[in-house]
Design a protein. Sequence first.
Length: 364
Amino acid sequence: ESYDMGGHDTYMHKEISEQADAVDRVLRGRIDDRFSTVHLGGLNLDAREARGVRRIKILGCGTSYHAGQIGAQLIEELARIPADAEPASEFRYRNPVVDPDTLYVAVSQSGETYDVLAAVQELKRKGARVLGVVNVVGSAIAREADGGTYVHAGPEVCVVSTKCFTNTVVAFALLALHLGRIRDLSVADGKRIIDGLRRLPAQITEILENEDEIKKLAAEYADAKSMMFIGRVRGYPVAREASLKLKEVSYIHAEAYPASELKHGPLALIEPAMPTVAIVPDDDLLEKNRAAMEEIKARSGRILAVAHQVQEKADHTIVVPKNENELDPILMGIPLQLFAYHTALAMGRDIDKPRNLAKSVTVE
Ligand code: G6P
């Protein structure tokens, strides 16, 4: 992959289109079928040390923070280690308790974001072990961390992150699988996840082939002044990232909420002029998500669902291919990258360089 636009009108479109190859690259050479695990050479964390980790704290900003939220869920699901993600900027200013049994993970596309770098430096000063999940090889955060893994997304030029988000989440799936197989994840489950990871590139291609339909849907919803994005558990960080993508690139106001929290406030906003995008994976929360859509319909809200099957409660559904439950979040956000892109295109926005934003924020 290069800086050449290769026939695309924007880097955003080019980078969205490159995702199947990018995911293929982050997987390449790392899968160990014999032990149903993966090798991550640069972690600098041996099996005994990995077993001693009691908590994982993930730090990042913007889209990388959202990738870290999905990463934390993957680590909890596959490795059963308590994990959460926090904006690095907030973490650093609350005089955090730095615990020797906690593994810290700094996540950054550029590897240069000041708030993340400063958090890493503060953690290291206090004696913590910090790993980096970084795209740019040799960047400041990669150099400062004790070890880590590169996400191999290739160069990302558009200010808003797309392919690097996807690759970062896949890198977290690899980390979670690696830690899981050192701890209590069975061989069978390890194999199940590996098979799922191998299906991702073809499934991404399938999603991207649906671009014409997504473009039509973007035209349908582009008149909205504001949009609500909802999801639950695995779907919630997907909703957050999709909402961020839409607002960054189209300037349409968007907010993301856990579907379960609608009744505690945001339902008051629902009306025909406030459409909702619902992330509805075919998992144990399917019925709960359907009930949330029913609540929205009862208030005359329009719904666009991203789901594994057509949702009757929704006005429109973008159907995405099903993977293993744990890996579904990797795929469900991809059509919404195209949705944000086509909405912004229809509105004549400066897609690769949205106003007021920078690709890399190297100052506080
Ligand atoms: C800026 C960019 C975002 C990015 C964030 C974190 O705000 O506009 O797209 O997610 O920085 O950048 P990083 O390079 O650390 O992932």
